[in-house]
Ligand binder design. Structure first.
Ligand code: NAI
Length: 418
């Protein structure tokens, strides 16, 4: 078996982590049972590019036990859990091409290794695998029957490919399921971003001024968690409705130009470029800690930061001190890459349970429906999304109401008024 990981000897630790995550993934477990019995993915080759975490490992197991042959590379150079990668290779015989801290060249080489398995279905997080396939492996596009995409940024890129007539096969935007973005992006990113910041800095959030850039699903989650820990949260936004929502949720809203002068922490979660730019570093409060939890490391202008830096040193893992000419210091976490995966462990299994249930069921949906799909970005049908929510509630032992016949009729009718 072909693979490229840091150290196979780490597998024992990785296996324990995979098992620990599995315990808190009841929805994926129920799909695992069904897939293992019915083998709905028989004869499929799946090429996956995802954060190599213990939760992802469990998704890979489900796909393999469902009959597919699977290989996996990382969707970010800093997000791989090397012990998990080792266990996937040793204990589950799944080829993995991923090492934490790999350079850009190695990162793309790993993506190519997965594409060389000639997948029928691609599974992506950020669309690096799909874009590489379109650019350098375009001969595969006639073989591929469809793909899935995990995150907001990837969906934006793929919709842009669709709009420009470049997209060569159908994609299911897993991110757009309710049971994905409302939970993973909000509660997952909210908690794990705080986790990453705390592990990198061990600073107290209570009483600090904490700036959240972007009040989308991720930003909203983070803003609430930071407030819960006693921080004074400021939100920056470009969309009027989101800015208004943040205001009415009780946060201060201002421009980054003003917020950066007050901030003890600034965290970007926008999917946008240079949200923290050179002009902000010039006026930023001394000792400000800057991090990103958006998909790519473009949200903080690292080039400008480097240019202004006269002295640089690593203080702790994933915490680098930059000193400017005027003596001010700024701290950049995890090279501006997603802090929750670089310095912590990504989202807890409980939310990835639903995200990866969506992934597994999307693959089955593509297999069953690809002849009816066009070269477009699709949402998973609502009934599948709702089924995932129902399974999750069942697993938690939560009972909820059902419409009576009378209520069903009433809600469909127009005749009855005051
Ligand atoms: P979203 O589209 O719901 O929210 C993004 C928000 O940022 C929007 O409200 C937008 O108006 C705002 N924005 C854009 N440019 C801005 C600027 N210059 N200044 C201030 N606000 C700006 O997207 P979502 O789902 O919240 O995702 C955000 C990013 O996080 C994406 O890159 C996504 O892929 C990534 N992500 C990261 C995760 C992680 O584990 N760290 C998990 C899920 C998503």
């Amino acid at each position: 078996m072909n693979y490229d990981i840091k150290d196979i000897k780490l597998s024992e630790k990785g296996l324990k982590r995979i098992e620990w995550a599995y315990q808190d993934m009841p929805v994926l477990k129920s799909i695992h049972k069904e897939f293992s019995k019915n083998k709905p993915l028989k004869n499929l080759t799946i090429g996956a590019c995802l954060h190599v975490t213990s939760e992802t490992a469990n998704l890979m197991r489900v796909l393999k036990d469902g009959g597919a042959s699977v290989s996996l590379c990382a969707s970010n150079p800093l997000s791989t859990q090397d012990d998990v990668a080792a266990s996937l290779v040793k204990d589950f015989k799944i080829p993995v091409f991923a090492k934490k801290g790999i350079d850009d060249k190695g990162y793309y080489k790993h993506i190519k290794s997965v594409l060389k398995t000639e997948p029928d279905i691609t599974m992506d997080d950020g669309a690096d695998l799909v874009t590489m396939l379109h650019k350098e492996f375009s001969q595969l596009s006639t073989k591929v029957i469809g793909g899935t995409e995990e995150t907001t940024t990837g969906v934006i890129r793929l919709k842009s490919m669709e709009k420009n007539g470049i997209l060569k096969y159908p994609i299911v935007a897993v991110n757009d399921s309710y049971t994905k973005y409302m939970f993973d992006n909000r509660y997952g990113t909210g908690q794990s971003t705080i986790d990453g910041i705390l592990r990198a800095t061990n600073r107290l959030l209570a009483g600090s001024t904490f700036v959240v850039a972007g009040y989308g699903w991720c930003g909203r989650g983070l803003a609430f968690k930071a407030r819960g820990l006693g921080a004074n949260v400021i939100v920056t936004e470009v969309a009027p409705v989101k800015a208004l929502e943040a205001l009415m949720d009780g946060f201060r809203v201002m421009k980054m130009d003003d917020a950066c002068k007050k901030a003890d922490f600034i965290v970007t979660l926008t999917g946008d470029i240079n949200v923290v730019d050179e002009k902000h570093f010039k006026i930023m409060k001394n000792n400000c800690i800057v991090a990103n939890s958006g998909h790519f490391d473009v949200e903080i202008n690292k080039k400008a930061l480097e240019k202004m830096t006269v002295k640089k040193r690593e203080i702790r893992p994933f915490l680098v001190e930059h000193t400017f000419k005027d003596g001010r210091k700024v701290y950049l976490l995890a090279e501006g890459r997603l802090i929750n995966l670089a310095s912590a462990e990504g989202h807890p299994a409980c939310v990835m349970d639903m995200s990866f249930a969506n992934q597994a069921l999307s693959v089955k949906y593509i297999k069953d429906n690809y002849t009816k799909l066009s070269k477009k970005v699709y949402k998973l049908p609502d009934h599948i999304d709702i089924d995932i929510a129902r399974r999750k509630l069942n697993s938690m032992g939560v009972k909820f109401d059902k419409l009576t016949k009378e209520q069903e009729e009433y809600l469909k009718s127009w005749e009855e008024g005051t």
